[in-house]
Design a protein around this ligand. Sequence first.
Ligand SMILES: [Zn+2]
Length: 481
Amino acid sequence: MANSLVTVWLEIHLKLSTATKIFCRCKNDQSLENNEPNSNICPVCTWQPWALPQLSEEVVEKGLLIWKALHCSFNNPSRFDRKSYFYPDLPMGYQITQLYNPINVNWEVKFFLNNYEEEKKVRILDAHLECDTAKALHQWETMYLDFNRAWTPLIEIVTWPDFSSSEEAVEFAKEIQRIAKWNCLSDADMEKGQMRVDVNVSIRNSTDDPLWTRVELKNINSFSAIKRAIDAEVLRQEQCKIAGEEIHQETRRWDDLKGQSFVMRSKEDALDYRYFPEPDLPELYLSDSMLKKIESTPLTIPFDHIKKMKSEYWFNKEFINTLIWDYSTLEFFNSLLSKGFDPKLIAKWIAGQISAYMTAHFVWIDWLPVDEDQLIEFFEIAKEGKIIDNQLKLVMEEMLSSWASASDIIKERWFDAPAFSQDDLLKVCKEVISENPNIVEQYKWWKTSTIGFFVGQVMKKTQGKANPKEITAVLTGELNS
Ligand SMILES: [Zn+2]
């Protein structure tokens, strides 16, 4: 197999989570549970010739916040352009987007690779506001159109060809999703189409060769599908190259079930879209007060948090994976951290029993049966170090199932009783041995298999206050004497 250099770049569409659509006052809500098809529509978002668009301030604000999250500067003024093409979900034959003078310039996104071992920077070519089309639903021979999605606000992010593997593309897309979700700018659910990722793939023999013709893959709806689609496309292009076939510039539809892509259309040139300044919208001037507001709005940058976990707390990948799984978990961790606890201590419990409970019960961290005060009490006790780890695990288990407080559980179970002295332990061990002469007899024949029985008996008598290792040592000594 040829060893080609892989070049990938991405186009990501994010649906902004705003109250209204971008150019009208209709609700920006497409969920089928809440909305009948075509219930959130008006003359503007159904492209009636006399209706004029009016830009939503909230959309601009959320757009500016995404751009701020990625360290860009703003073009002021900026403007919108009309992109003309015909498709049934675009009945007037045009979409409003930003081509010539978008708001943003000079982006850069940092993210982690290889289980947070490696950092990478990817440049952003462009990220602009645009409106979505209506949703086309196909049933047998008929196409149905739902305009609830028409004119909802999107941000399209286009990267430079800076990725050299499918893994890099996936990690970058995950970082973009975190930025959007953690700052409530987009729900970015790929399954619901709130985040759509198109990948462009091109292979070449060495960095000196120009990029080969690019092939764009659409209809990818999960992170794992991004990886599968890129890997399959690289293979397809390599096979074309070996067979001496030409690779065509085209757009292909990825079928994740078949693990194959199919030609959708040959890529139109930008000219085909007949872009021109949108005549129905004035230039967009950002006011000083708007810019000040954006500047003073704090943002959560996932990369910075991961970097801190890595370089300041020395967390392993399991801890980081758990803490960045969703924003509420990170917030929960940070809130406990602000109480002065050791980061490793908290991360250990969140990534351990708490996360296991969440997975088993399909709940978010906000829905735990214990509140923050109860956990603070637990961590105070853990910090003191008077209760051994095995007992703390039992306490946490009971807290999660009974809603009881750590101190009550500890009292009830006598975990706070003074630890057993070596003399006391010896006494109990002797007692257990003398109470079970038959088993002592068995021990003499099959030593190891019966020692567990004695340890269990001693644990019972000491109510879990003695250390099983110590018990085993004392018992072995006694039984063999
Ligand atoms: Zn509308």
